[in-house]
Write a new protein. Structure first.
Length: 153
């Protein structure tokens, strides 16, 4: 049997995992899409064309998973700081697996954003279609955040 302080510490580790893994995914996703946007801008400048500022929408899209990680972190911290707290495993599991789900969503949203940068830069068409794809990938992170909080219900 674990003492109360150890259980709280393990629960708070779940909170840190939720934020850290969500932020890791955001960094990977934004970085991936950003590299593509820079390539598209370089090609535009080399051809004497203006750069598409709208590519920043694709670059910034994965950052929201950090916010979802923070929201899940706050929910876990609320549970871990409760006076009668004893569900450290749920907190740790929700933080790790919820964080991994958000990380994957952000990373692959960035990959989709990278391809969207290339496609929009090449054709100048399809912005709405590309945003819809990013929205579908984003929805995975929203589902993970909401459903991970149900671990405590």
């Amino acid at each position: 049997m674990l003492d109360h302080e150890t259980m709280v510490t393990l629960g708070k580790m779940g909170a840190a995992a939720a934020l850290g893994l969500g932020a890791l995914g955001s960094a990977l996703g934004c970085g991936t899409a950003g590299m593509s946007a820079i390539t598209v801008w370089k090609k535009a400048y080399a051809q004497g064309k203006s750069a598409l500022f709208t590519l920043l929408v694709f670059v910034g899209a994965p950052i929201s998973q950090t916010i979802y990680g923070m929201l899940l972190m706050n929910f876990i911290l609320g549970a871990a700081n409760a006076e009668n707290f004893n569900n450290w495993a749920a907190c740790l599991g929700a933080g790790i697996f919820g964080g991994l789900g958000m990380m994957a969503s952000a990373w692959f949203q960035g990959k989709a954003g990278a391809v969207a940068c290339d496609a929009l830069g090449e054709t100048g068409k399809g912005m709405v279609n590309y945003l819809i794809v990013l929205g579908v990938v984003e929805t995975v992170a929203l589902f993970v955040m909401v459903f991970a909080t149900q671990t405590f219900a």
